[in-house]
Design a protein around this ligand. Structure first.
Ligand code: ADP
Length: 419
């Protein structure tokens, strides 16, 4: 029988095997279609209606035996040859493939000198024998495998579903918090605008330059706060979409910390916190984006301030470790439970309920938008660095404290080569 024009479908995830088999069989005049996974294979089979299917057994997702069983349930595929191709020649794998519905079984690597003839044989009706008793035993194993896989998939889906629901909840909370964050300055702005309007209407003589400047200051404060919130959201969106541009230059971490110390001084005094800064002047100058790195350290230090009770301490030290610098920000705050220590770096993740949310940037435990650490992580990772936290537990009574590490490569160029 001449099969030169027969159509063959090869379902295989390994590109090298696909190319080899396609070339071998095309040279013999067959029309060969390939699919790189099981589901694509099934739809291609339905579309092309091949005369023979070569089936890789170890496919990711739905495996070759499962696809074969599925195909056998479709009208066009009850009889056509389906030949298993597998690198796994362990005892029982042939019988299992045949019980699942394969008519042939070939092991990989294929023997190129005989492979086209073997395919021709199967096209001509060759069927590998399997006794009824053997078929029974292996059908049972096949069914058990199917159920096990089904169970695994259900577990995976349930986990993914839980994660999606959690993300959905985090996003809803986030929307509520953003509205809240924006409403506070908005109220401030509309209050001052209203005040100015009233004064103008009354043509009041007390409406002095001093007063105008007071109103303008109030308006500016409101606008600044709104800008801060909007910038934070934009930054997190840039990080999430990978479009955060870094302006790389020489960065002195000691300068960043000193700037931040000045900016935080007022809050630190107000909350009677003790900020101890080690000698950072000996740290090497690193390559990075000074503005972004300052924003990252700002968020971590801001949290140390927020989550440390009045009178507590914050320590900032740095050390060189090989070709990296480790900036350590340690506090004597409420701590972070073990299970949350990676999640707090996720977007929108604010540990604790949103009822405790406060717009204050410095109040003890005044929560923010849950973006601060996600931004810090995004910036640090954009520098090929790492950020993590160590803490024993969360306990506002005993204040176990938290230690954040920001590990940054000294040299960005060598990092990129190493990647
Ligand atoms: P937020 O804007 O809510 O502070 P972050 O992303 O900055 O969001 O932090 C996420 C969560 O991590 C916070 O809600 C807080 O519970 C926890 N956290 C961050 N830093 C500290 C710290 N130094 N001590 C205790 N908890 C912290």
């Amino acid at each position: 029988m001449e099969h030169g024009k027969a159509t063959i479908l090869y379902i295989e995830d390994d590109p090298a095997s696909r190319r080899l088999v396609q070339r071998l069989l095309s040279n013999k005049g067959y029309e060969v279609f390939v699919a790189d996974d099981g589901l694509k294979g099934i739809s291609l089979a339905r579309e092309k209606r091949p005369q023979l299917i070569l089936m890789d057994i170890n496919l990711p997702g739905m495996g070759g035996r499962e696809i074969t069983t599925r195909l056998r349930s479709l009208p066009h595929f009850t009889e056509i040859p389906i030949v298993a191709l597998t690198a796994n020649a362990s005892p029982g794998s042939r019988e299992l493939a045949l019980a699942a519905g394969c008519t042939g079984f070939l092991t990989k690597p294929i023997d190129v000198s005989v492979f086209p003839d073997q395919v021709e044989d199967y096209l001509n009706g060759r069927v590998e024998p399997l006794s009824a008793a053997e078929k029974n035993i292996h059908l049972q194993r096949h069914a058990q495998n199917l159920v096990e896989q089904l169970e695994d998939r259900i577990n995976e889906l349930e986990t993914a579903n839980r994660r999606l629901r959690e993300l959905d909840r985090l996003k809803s909370d986030f929307i509520i918090m953003v509205s809240h964050e924006l409403r506070t300055p908005l109220t401030l702005i509309s209050g001052y605008a209203h005040l100015m309007d009233e004064q103008l209407k009354q043509n009041n003589e007390t409406f002095t330059a001093e007063m105008i400047s007071g109103v303008a200051e109030g308006l500016n404060q409101g606008v600044d706060r709104m800008r801060g919130v909007v910038n934070e959201i934009i930054k997190v969106a840039r990080i999430a979409s990978g479009t955060l541009d870094l302006a790389i230059g020489p960065v002195r971490l000691s300068d960043i910390v000193q700037d931040l110390q000045e900016e935080f001084q007022e809050v630190i005094d107000k909350r009677r916190l003790n900020l101890h800064i080690g000698d950072l002047s000996k740290l090497p100058i690193i390559e990075g984006d000074g503005i972004q790195l300052k924003a990252a350290v700002d968020n971590v230090l801001g949290n140390a301030v927020k989550y440390t009770p009045d009178g507590g301490s914050i320590f900032i030290v740095g050390r060189t470790m090989g070709d990296t610098v480790d900036l350590i920000i340690q506090d004597t705050g409420i701590g972070i439970p073990g299970g949350e220590q990676t999640k707090i770096f996720d977007q929108f993740y604010a540990l604790g309920s949103i009822e405790h949310h406060s717009t204050s940037k410095s109040a003890f435990q005044g929560g923010g938008l849950g973006l601060g650490l996600a931004i810090a992580k995004g910036i640090v990772e954009a520098h090929n660095g790492r950020i993590w936290v160590e803490s024993d537990k969360r306990d506002p009574n005993s204040s176990p404290g938290s230690t954040f590490h920001i590990l940054l490569p000294i040299d960005q160029a060598s990092q990129r080569i190493n990647l």
